[in-house]
Ligand binder design. Structure first.
Ligand code: SF4
Length: 406
């Protein structure tokens, strides 16, 4: 197992207007019950011998990601309890003490309104070495449109707080394509981000998720989403400014200074194994002789998702039932599809020789057609999206998969 993801589904009192993540307002007693359920989930996995050989066994991981929700909405003592639980079951921290040994990347997501000096030092002591702050924008009106419950000042203070506590591997999330956002607004947000000296920036295009308040406002005509050409301009502005500042555009939405790429996310895109703990968490395990379809045909790995409902997740575990509810045994076709659509998200791209193993000569033939159109590039044994291709990646992937008969 390469990575572990832990979902903490609690947030501030009011959900952001664009959010469709599994989360609920933070309640100390519910969060306490949830921590108990997480502990039970790990214990049951150990009993099942699925990931950990026995109760005393600790699984070494290359990355651990605590996401949400807003994990830092937990009280300090609950954060301590969470990190203690993880440290007792996974090897991820350098030096001595809890979880000693491996030197893995350990990230936690932070909402600017929920971090202070005490929590920062608790995280550092508990083995966290990477902070991902959900800034989204440095413009007050844009934060309001998104329904974020923090200000631009809170975000600046949050970066300072975690830096002063001793964190140097800091990432921030930004959103572009917000209704009303002008090119100069996005430029100012990027300039402010760069002035902070962070090591990693995720720049996501705002997508309208069904049944969110934001999509309702757009449907009613109260807000207007930008046109595609406006969004592409914002995309290229981010690329231009971040690359000029030394960031490598290593994934369609992610930029990092050398050596500061997110190992955890790279593992997803490279189809590495991961274990998801918590409500709605996803897991992936590669093929082994144990995965057979009901007809007996060998499958190509297994993906599963834990119960979506926070209370359902806790109820199941309190009855000693593992919460995996949606289980997919991948067919060879699904494996091929994943190889293409996950691999092409990265600047590294997909390996020509792996592509040949999976598709025979068809991969190079079909990719060659897109290379001629300037949408893909083929060099040094890899096929990857070109600069012009990255902003229209979804359409390229669909065409390549169709050409490959998938
Ligand atoms: S902080 Fe994140 S998870 Fe929580 S409501 Fe906002 S977008 Fe959703």
């Amino acid at each position: 197992m390469d990575s572990v993801y832990v979902h903490i589904p609690f947030c501030l009192a009011k959900k952001c207007l664009y959010c469709d993540f599994v989360s609920m307002p933070y309640s100390p007693p519910v969060a306490q019950r949830y921590l108990g359920a997480l502990s039970r989930e790990i214990a049951l996995l150990k009993e099942a011998g699925d990931f950990l050989a026995g109760p005393q066994d600790k699984l070494a991981v290359k990355s651990l990601f605590i996401g949400g929700g807003t994990p830092t909405v937990l009280e300090t003592r609950q954060l301590e309890e969470l990190l203690d639980l993880l440290g007792k079951n996974f090897v991820f921290q350098q030096g001595s003490g809890v979880g000693a040994g491996a030197g893995a990347e350990v990230t936690i997501e932070v909402n600017p309104a929920t971090i202070d000096t005490e929590k920062s030092s608790t995280l550092l002591k508990g083995g966290v070495n990477r902070i991902s702050i959900g800034v989204q924008s440095f413009s007050g009106p844009e934060l309001k449109t998104l329904g974020r419950l923090h200000t631009s000042r809170d975000a600046l203070d949050a970066v300072k707080t975690v830096k002063d506590a001793g964190f140097e591997n800091i990432s921030i999330d930004l959103i572009y394509g917000i209704p009303g956002q002008r090119v100069e607004d996005w430029r100012r947000t990027l300039e402010t981000a760069l002035a902070l000296g962070v090591r990693h920036v995720s720049a996501y295009e705002l997508t309208l998720e069904e049944h969110t308040p934001l999509s309702g406002l757009v449907e009613k005509g109260a807000l207007r989403m930008p046109e595609e050409d406006e969004v592409v301009r914002l995309y290229f502005l981010a690329e231009e400014m971040l690359e000029a500042a030394g960031f490598v555009h290593y994934e369609v939405s992610n930029y990092a200074l050398a050596g500061r790429e997110s190992l955890h996310n790279l593992n997803y895109w490279r189809r590495g194994e991961y274990l998801g703990l918590g409500a709605a968490a996803h897991s992936f395990k590669r093929a082994s002789q144990r995965f057979f379809s009901t007809e007996g045909a060998p499958r190509n790995g297994k993906r599963w998702k834990n119960a979506d409902g926070i209370f359902r997740y806790m109820d199941l575990l309190e009855k000693d039932v593992l919460p995996a509810e949606e289980i997919f045994l991948l067919t060879p076709e699904e494996e091929k599809r994943e190889f293409v659509f996950l691999g092409l998200r990265t600047r590294e791209g997909i390996s020509v020789s792996d592509g040949r193993d999976l598709f025979g000569p068809d991969m190079e033939k079909e990719a060659g057609l897109l290379v001629k159109e300037g949408l893909l590039e083929m060099s040094r044994g890899f096929i990857r999206a070109s600069r012009a291709g990255f902003p229209v990646l979804d359409a390229i992937i669909l065409r390549l998969l169709a050409g490959l008969g998938l």
